[in-house]
Write a protein that binds this ligand. Structure first.
Ligand SMILES: NC(=O)C1=CN([C@@H]2O[C@H](COP(=O)(O)OP(=O)(O)OC[C@H]3O[C@@H](n4cnc5c(N)ncnc54)[C@H](OP(=O)(O)O)[C@@H]3O)[C@@H](O)[C@H]2O)C=CC1
Ligand SMILES: O=C(CO)COP(=O)(O)O
Length: 333
């Protein structure tokens, strides 16, 4: 399969950083952004001033507002916020060539339907060949060329090998799996858990509580992954544990910084006021809770965050209820 041109849908921080990665890998890249402001900024100044300021972009990236400009691409990376994936793919549908690989890079679960991103793709572009890219990767770091490694999930081994080889410029290492559900489960939950970690930081509950929360959060992630049909070993990798550790460790994370603000006493409205960037944990928390309850899963941290964000409980009530749960064996499912 020829892989000379790539389309990136979504001109936010991550779409722009991935366009940079793909350009460094030697492909011609078309970045589709809805906002003319973003397209003009990239075309004129080689920078995405709105979502990724201060980072010079590769000349091989051309920015466009129209989906039609992606029609001839050999592969497509879909990078809108998770709640907009369906609408975005529906808009792309008239320009889509059947069989083209679509690499899903959004992290979340669709509210209302409780669908994973691969389900949304299967419903909107059933002729697409799906792939998932997920792992520890702050857009600013990746766009500047700092090194990281992430998971690439593709069902077909030959296509997976080809994509892995083609999309791994120096400093951006792809590790292959055929477990798409596992790769999605990690990214969907880690943002909710990062809000909880931010609260621990904001309330100054200490490093021990922080480590305990990451570990018990990872147990919730593993339960969700397995219940959805993924493999536990997948979330033990970059797309699960790797991303959880990153997102729970740095206020660079929009999700952790939301939690920090809540832990310091701000309301949800105050913490989100004026923010143009997406905090996917805030968006996905109700869907994570509905899905977990539907599957009969024990996910107290995720449910606590969802209750807090919905205004059903205060920070202190959530912390109190987590600390007063019945004692149990560590490895109980
Ligand atoms: N930032 C990061 O470090 C990482 C982000 N991700 C994931 O990537 C996804 C995108 O995040 P990110 O790029 O950071 O987002 P940003 O907050 O940087 O940008 C917002 C994005 O939202 C898009 N958008 C806003 N409203 C709509 C709408 N109604 N329909 C379609 N798109 C809309 C914008 O598109 P447009 O420009 O076209 O207006 C823009 O791409 C998320 O799921 C996130 O979890 C994954 C790994 C790293
Ligand atoms: O997904 C990310 C890093 O892998 C980005 O995290 P935030 O969305 O919390 O900034």
């Amino acid at each position: 399969m020829q892989m000379k041109t790539a389309g990136v849908i979504g001109g936010g921080a991550w779409g722009t950083a991935l366009a940079q990665v793909v350009a460094r890998a030697g492909l011609a890249v078309t970045l589709q952004a809805r906002e003319t402001e973003v397209v003009d900024s990239i075309t004129r100044d080689r920078v995405n001033a709105a979502f990724l300021p201060g980072i010079e972009l590769d000349p091989a990236i051309r920015a466009k507002t129209e989906m039609a400009d992606l029609a001839d691409c050999d592969l497509v990376l879909a990078v809108p916020p998770a709640q907009h994936l369906r609408g975005t793919l529906e808009a792309f549908r008239p320009h889509f060539r059947p069989g083209t690989p679509v690499i899903l890079c959004s992290k979340g679960i669709e509210r209302g339907t409780l669908k994973l991103m691969t389900d949304v793709l299967a419903e909107t572009l059933p002729e697409a060949t799906p792939a998932v890219l997920s792992g520890p990767s702050f857009a600013g770091e990746v766009a500047r060329g700092l090194p990281t490694a992430v998971t690439l999930a593709v069902a077909d081994a030959d296509l997976g090998e080809a994509l892995m080889a083609r999309l791994s410029p120096p400093g951006f290492r792809l590790y292959l799996t055929d477990d798409l559900i596992g790769a999605e489960a990690g990214g969907a939950l880690k943002n909710v858990l990062a809000i909880a970690c931010g609260i621990v930081e904001g309330r100054q509950l200490g490093r021990s509580a922080h480590a305990a929360l990451i570990t018990r959060g990872f147990a919730e992630m593993t339960r969700l992954c397995v219940a959805l049909g993924g493999r536990a070993e997948t979330v033990a990798g970059l797309c699960g544990l790797g991303d959880l550790v990153l997102t729970c460790s740095s206020p660079q994370s929009r999700n952790m910084s939301l939690g920090l603000a809540l832990g310091e006493g701000q309301t949800v409205e105050q913490a989100l006021a004026g923010k143009r960037s997406v905090a996917e944990g805030y968006q996905s928390a109700p869907a994570v809770r509905d899905l977990g309850l539907k599957l009969g899963l024990d996910m107290p941290i995720a449910y606590g965050v969802a209750a807090l964000l919905a205004g059903e409980a205060t920070v202190d009530q959530v912390i109190g209820s987590l600390l007063s749960r019945p004692l149990r064996a560590e490895t109980d499912g």
